[in-house]
Write a protein that binds this ligand. Structure first.
Ligand code: ATP
Ligand code: MG
Length: 222
């Protein structure tokens, strides 16, 4: 009984109440314990997973609403992306991979919701690191041409299954080879694509030069 009470307390003070309440009701006490038992995670890990899921679901719902407005400001996208790369650098190199970062020195200005845009780059780098167990390299390229900013996040891991590629940006989609216990929810790419579309930009996947390449496009401020 204690588990469920503490879960409700945490979630209620965390984010939008309506969605969180629905989530805690639908989980139910039995399933929380099933979740704890199934993946061997501790209570804190499980609560963190549920909070992450709740936050993702809130964001996803908000982004679907036409009336939801981004908090856009004119920002140097190079600076935002550089900062996120620094945050990832240790994690990536600690797994024995090289992290090749190519970001121009001069600013590339764009009107972005920094928090949401940052979330896209975060998810792409986290994915590249998490799902590239066979490879040795992660590359981030940022370039700007014809009033468009292009950010490519690439990894030299195995090609993503052709059958999975069309579903990859769907909510809760996770590849067959993906470990079910690594804490991911399968919402990251769905949310990332919605965020880029709200920015009138795009997020696409291609397999090129033996690398998985996620391409983010954004209109530059001219
Ligand atoms: N760089 C990649 N290499 C191989 N597979 C990938 C890569 N990026 C994503 N995938 C596959 O796409 C799935 C969906 O990714 P997505 O980011 O949407 O969710 P997630 O990482 O599983 O969970 P979340 O991002 O919500 O924590 C992943 O589970 C994985 O199977
Ligand atoms: Mg992810």
């Amino acid at each position: 009984m204690n588990e469920m009470i503490s879960l409700e307390n945490v979630t209620k003070t965390y984010k939008d109440k309506t969605v969180v309440d629905k989530l805690s009701l639908s989980i139910g006490k039995g399933e929380v314990f099933a979740l704890l038992g199934a993946n061997g995670a501790g209570k804190t890990t499980t609560i963190k997973m549920i909070l992450g899921l709740t936050d993702d679901m809130n964001t996803s719902l908000k982004l679907e609403s036409d009336s939801y407005e981004l908090v856009r400001e004119e920002k140097d996208v190079c600076e935002i992306v550089r900062r996120i790369c620094v945050e990832f650098y240790e994690d990536i190199t600690a797994t024995g991979k090289d992290f090749d970062i190519n970001i121009p020195e001069e600013p590339c200005m764009a009107s972005v919701d920094e928090k949401l845009f940052g979330r896209v780059i975060n998810n792409l780098l986290a994915n590249a690191n998490k799902y590239n167990s066979s490879g040795k390299l992660i590359v981030l390229n940022l370039s700007s041409e014809n009033s468009e900013i292009l950010i490519e996040v690439m990894d030299d891991g195995e090609a993503i299954d052709e059958e999975f590629v069309p579903k990859m940006f769907d909510e809760f989609a996770r590849g067959d080879k993906t470990r079910k216990t690594d804490g991911g929810t399968g919402l990251g790419l769905a949310i990332s694509r919605k965020i880029m579309e709200k920015h009138n930009g795009s997020l696409k996947y291609i397999r090129a030069e033996e690398m998985n390449c996620f391409c983010v496009r954004l209109n530059a401020q001219t």
